[in-house]
Design a protein. Structure first.
Length: 116
């Protein structure tokens, strides 16, 4: 099970790279890479949480408040990314939205690593 957990963690870290890499490559217009990264973060994060919380042999100490904060931020990242992409398709862009998605993802990295 540890291998499965680590495999999902790899997906989670690739999703993170896609969000921040997508934002760095195109800070003013949301890219497909960022949108798919944000979707991957939500799904892989929830799977990691489910595995860590239910499989005791993994020996993970899940902090529920941290998971809730990460979930709220990840939903905001995905929401901003989806809205910004839909707007860009209609050539009606809200300037701050790609920045909000990118920077909130960076906030979530800080929450993930610094909240122990
Ligand atoms: C933009 C969204 C997100 C970002 C940038 C992000 C970032 C990260 C990073 C950098 C790690 C590795 C930290 C470490 O191993 O010390 C991690 C692990 C993890 N994340 Fe996320 N995350 C996001 C969303 C979520 C969501 C929505 C959940 C679940 C509610 C979640 C649950 C977890 C869990 C359970 C781990 C494994 C912790 C461990 O191995 O002890 N993440 N995340």
């Amino acid at each position: 099970m540890t291998f499965v957990f680590n495999l999902v963690l790899v997906t989670h870290l690739l999703g993170l790279a896609a969000i921040i890499g997508g934002y760095a490559a195109s800070p003013t217009r949301v890219s497909e890479v960022l949108v798919w990264g944000a979707r991957a973060q939500l799904i892989s994060g929830l799977v990691l949480f489910g595995l860590a919380d239910s499989i005791h042999s993994l020996d993970k100490h899940v902090i529920l408040a941290k998971m809730i904060v990460k979930l709220v931020i990840a939903v905001a990242v995905a929401g901003f990314a989806e809205i910004a992409r839909a707007d860009a398709k209609r050539d009606k862009m809200i300037g701050w939205m790609p920045h909000a998605a990118g920077w909130l993802a960076i906030v979530n990295v800080c929450v993930a690593v610094l909240w122990t």
